[in-house]
Write a protein that binds this ligand. Sequence first.
Ligand SMILES: [Zn+2]
Ligand SMILES: [Zn+2]
Ligand SMILES: [Zn+2]
Length: 291
Amino acid sequence: MHRHSHDIVEKKLAFSVGFNLIITVSEVIGGLISGSLALVSDALHNLSDTGALLTSYFARKISKKPRDRKYTYGYKRSELVASIINIVVLLSISFTIILEGVKKLVYPSEINTLVMLVIAYIGLFGNLFTAALLFAHRKENLNLKSAFLHIFSDMFSSIGIIVTGYIMKYYNLWILDPIITFVIAGYIIFESIHILKESIRIVMQGIPEGVDLDRVKKLLEEFDFVENVHHLHIWSLDGHTLYLETHVKVNGEEYDRYLGEMKGLLKKNGFFHSTIQLESKECNENCIADF
Ligand SMILES: [Zn+2]
Ligand SMILES: [Zn+2]
Ligand SMILES: [Zn+2]
């Protein structure tokens, strides 16, 4: 039963990816014919959504590959690599569109509002259709929920373009087209930078969000056999799995018991991969311990 419903979701997702690509192409063509840059920027937004879906789909497949002698941590970071490439491409297209928008702001040109409106309506109904497809599944998991919410909020950009189209049709205010372009491109850049920041944090082995280094240090130092904790490093492979590496100076010689108790406590706190170096003397000669 469960497997069955899972297949349906995957089919629906694959269908909405294909459908989105058709809308993207028609928006680019419609944008070129009508002279509306806003349509092209909305196409870029659709493309970014489709690209994100596709890269995460394929990267997820690759990331399931077992670790081997070359990639000893496995392939979990492939999703991260894919998302960074995706964002770099998106950012460069966004800046190109903004540059075009500046030109149109200085030299506004007439827009075929009929073509623009027809294509914008197609985009809006495409969004409505995809949202309706995913509506029934929006509570199944976090990914589907955010996909649904995203598509739902995308409808506002389509509505914005339609409203702009009507205003331009009746008042010949061609300058509105580059202005709404800036809003859409700005939104894409804003979202991309947010994702890029998260990705960079993981690549730089930064401490994962919600983890407090000092709290973990204190947690370990509460054991009566622990004298001090230093060289503490916490990072994440993919944003979900936590890794911990540390030196612990202990008083006593029941090393296996110490390790067992510390690793047990760490596991309870979400650290399933920990490497602990036990020491009976301070290691200050041979290691740099700032933490
Ligand atoms: Zn979107
Ligand atoms: Zn270190
Ligand atoms: Zn040490």
